[in-house]
Design a protein around this ligand. Structure first.
Ligand code: SF4
Length: 147
């Protein structure tokens, strides 16, 4: 199963904020440090803010900060929210599959998808930044942006 880029980015943003103790980074700084377009990062940040997982303060001294709900957020919940209801295979697309009315494979794939999400439910953002990931993430975040 392959995750959307926005799902992976959402998890990376939460993990990055989970290890930063100094001044809150801006969305632009986060986008630059992750080498992703600002508009993509801004969209993900807005969704995470809507979910109550981070705070985005505007103006001087503003920036992004993880909420307690963000620190303890389930990776499975974040993945489900960003992936949506899509199935792993498109049965109903522009050319609907003729087997879709009674396909056992479709049900098996749905159960496999759910099992994948369920395996991530007990994993939290805080778990994901334990060593060695957290210290490494901190080093990368402090690295000067390429000029
Ligand atoms: S064979 Fe089954 S799972 Fe595959 S596209 Fe058709 S309905 Fe969907």
């Amino acid at each position: 199963m392959r995750l959307l880029r926005s799902t992976d980015l959402a998890l990376r943003v939460l993990m990055r904020l989970a290890v930063i103790s100094e001044a809150s980074p801006t969305t632009r700084q986060v986008a630059e440090s992750m080498d992703v377009p600002y508009t993509h990062a801004a969209k993900v940040v807005a969704e995470l803010q809507h979910m109550g997982l981070l705070l985005a303060r505007r103006g001087r001294g503003g920036g992004l900060a993880l909420t307690e709900a963000g620190r303890t957020a389930s990776v499975g919940v974040v993945v489900r929210a960003f992936e949506g209801d899509g199935e792993v295979v498109e049965c109903e697309g522009e050319t609907p599959c003729p087997l879709r009315a009674g396909c056992r494979l479709r049900g098996a794939l749905r159960r496999a998808q759910e099992a994948f999400y369920a395996s991530l439910d007990p994993v939290t953002i805080a778990d994901m930044v334990a060593a060695p990931t957290g210290p490494l993430l901190l080093d990368i975040s402090r690295a000067p942006a390429p000029s």
